[in-house]
Design a protein around this ligand. Structure first.
Ligand code: 0T9
Length: 421
């Protein structure tokens, strides 16, 4: 079969797709040799911007009208724009085409460091700690930790995909929490829905949809609205972000202090008030120019057998070679090993121990994440296990009763003996 007809029959097969992406047998040229777990690394790519709020202090510069908390939120938004560009756009190859990642196994880990190539080493060491905490449905947990600046980004994400007539729609479960411990400031970040465009022509790209939120513990909040080609501006990756003093004011867009607008993968502008004012706008940020820190990963020969690139090496090599039989053989081996492990656990009545993450239950009185919970309450976001960014009281909330969320356990990570960044 030639390329075009293989692709056409693959597209036909996903039209009748049942909800479980791992069950799709995609042609080898659309397979990525990377594990989906690795995709969470991009939360830390723009390290310098992530750490920038730490340098916004009361005494910097002249007396300013805007509050220090507002200025920090604006800095967080710059980082957020850079990170979503890294996560959803600039990560892909020159053709900007998505490929189907490997389905991470339970207990798979990926650890690395972001290089600090500043002259004065002002950033300090930033560690990346990823762990697959659930296989079915899949959930990846992530942490980006900078000890010197006492700054931690932690979160988790699990995707659910639904096929429509022309695109693959994806909802994410999970969220991120950003802690600037020296500032005593925390942020809650929700994960936007997305869809894949260009499936039929064979070059799938991500477009973000609907809304997402950033809630600061200082009460300031930001509401993002995403749109693709031909909605707000005719450009792909368009967004509008309105900034409010607090959640209550965000219920009426005319309360917006500022509106940021443009492309999250490129240039965007800021204007005062609730509208995207193209006459009074100022340039705000250009994601395509954001500095990306290099990720330093240990050579495979030094990796533990649970580390992504070591565990998947044979599969990855066969994907690069495009050897379909070998891909299937190597993949089945990993899948069978996993099935055996689960059977043994079941027989012993035990479950897999998560290495560095704990599942916290927000419905338990004595849970240990009061700071995170406070942000959910401030933003009036649902704390239940529903898609990210669902508001409290929404009809979609009824689909879940539990409130379980994955949190990074720094003590466990520091006590780790076998797997080092
Ligand atoms: C979390 C990110 C996520 C993961 C990926 C949808 C997608 C899997 C999830 C949401 C990261 O923080 C950000 C970026 C890209 C998302 C992926 C893009 C993509 O195509 C895959 C899906 C599962 C597929 O592989 C579909 C197969 C397709 C390429 C061929 C039909």
């Amino acid at each position: 079969m030639n390329y075009a007809s293989t692709w056409a029959s693959f597209i036909a097969s996903i039209a009748s797709y049942n909800g479980d992406l791992s069950s799709l047998t995609a042609p080898p040229f659309i397979l990525s040799p990377k594990s989906l777990l690795e995709y969470s690394q991009y939360w830390g790519t723009n390290t310098e911007l992530l750490l920038a709020p730490n340098t916004i202090k009361d005494d910097d510069g002249k007396k300013r009208k805007s509050s220090i908390h507002l200025r920090r939120l604006l800095a967080v938004i710059k980082w957020y724009l850079a990170t979503i560009n890294s996560q959803y756009a600039s990560r892909t190859d020159s053709k900007h085409s998505e490929k189907k990642p490997l389905n991470p196994f339970l207990g798979e880990v990926f650890v690395a460091k972001f290089a600090d190539d500043t002259q004065d080493h002002r950033l300090g060491e930033t560690k990346l700690v990823l762990e697959q905490v659930q296989h079915h449905p899949p959930i990846s947990a992530y942490a980006v930790w900078n000890e010197k600046q006492n700054t931690l980004l932690e979160g988790y994400s699990g995707v659910r995909a639904f096929m429509s007539a022309t695109s693959l729609n994806v909802r994410q479960h999970g969220h991120a929490l950003l802690h600037y411990r020296n500032l005593g400031e925390d942020y809650l970040i929700t994960l936007p829905p997305l869809h894949l465009e260009g499936l039929i022509k064979g070059s799938p790209t991500v477009e973000l949809d609907q809304k997402s939120y950033i809630q600061s513990s200082s009460k300031y909040c930001a509401v993002f609205e995403y749109s693709g080609r031909g909605y707000f501006s005719g450009k792909s990756n368009s967004f509008k972000c309105r900034i409010y003093r607090n959640h209550e004011e965000s219920l009426n867009k005319y309360n917006a202090l500022y509106t940021i607008f443009g492309q999250w993968s490129g240039v965007c502008f800021i204007s005062k008030g609730s509208e995207a004012d193209s006459e009074k706008r100022k340039r705000f940020f250009d994601s395509s120019k954001a500095v990306a820190q290099k990720l330093i990963v240990k050579p495979i020969s030094e990796q533990h057998e649970l580390e992504s690139r070591r565990a998947w090496k044979k599969v990855a090599d066969s994907i690069v070679q495009g050897d379909y039989k070998l891909i299937t053989k190597e993949k089945s081996q990993i899948e069978n090993e996993q099935r055996e492990l689960r059977k043994k656990e079941e027989a012993k009545g035990v479950t897999w121990t998560r290495r560095w993450y704990d599942e916290i239950d927000y419905s338990a009185k004595d849970h240990t994440d009061k700071a995170g919970m406070k942000l959910f309450k401030m933003a009036h976001l649902s704390m239940k296990n529903v898609p990210s960014g669902i508001l409290e009281g929404s009809s979609k909330e009824k689909s879940s009763k539990t409130m379980k969320h994955w949190r990074f356990n720094l003590e466990k990570f520091n006590a780790e003996k076998d797997i080092k960044c």
